[in-house]
Design a protein around this ligand. Structure first.
Ligand code: ZN
Length: 141
């Protein structure tokens, strides 16, 4: 990795295109009140984020895993901090945490899908730049 290359972790946190780590995956901020805007293609390299039709449906499994982590961490923290054995307290805390983390979860489940499970398709390619040319949706046979 050269000195000018953006790091994988920083690019992931900033939801940059996994291919060039320059273009943005999303067109609005995480806690924007408008609907999440996931670009079709990277503005820098033309990389198509949705590998095939329904590709990001797999992100709901990652989202599920993130929610399990939030529930576990929230429950342990509530138990340690309050020492309470009232189940309602735990349920309230879990609902509040899931609600607060929902926009982050929604965004990073998709980003994770490309960065962690994208494989060869989403591998970092710093030299890649196809100005004005957009990749076509992969046909499913
Ligand atoms: Zn790109």
């Amino acid at each position: 990795m050269g000195t000018s290359d953006p790091g994988k972790f920083i690019s992931f946190i900033n939801s940059k295109c996994p291919k060039c780590r320059t273009g943005d995956m999303f067109g609005n901020s995480t806690y924007s009140l408008q609907k999440e805007v996931l670009h079709k293609n990277c503005s820098h390299c033309g990389f198509r984020f949705e590998r095939n039709l329904g590709y990001f449906e797999a992100a709901m499994y990652i989202s599920y895993a993130y929610n399990v982590a939030i529930i576990t961490a929230g429950s342990v923290a509530t138990g340690v901090l309050t020492g309470s054995d009232d189940p309602l307290l735990y349920i309230y805390v879990i609902f509040i945490l899931i609600f607060l983390f929902y926009p982050i979860n929604l965004r990073y489940s998709k980003t994770s899908l490309l960065y962690l499970l994208g494989g060869e398709y989403a591998r970092y390619d710093p030299g890649r730049r196809i100005n004005g040319k957009e990749e076509k949706l992969t046909e499913i046979s």
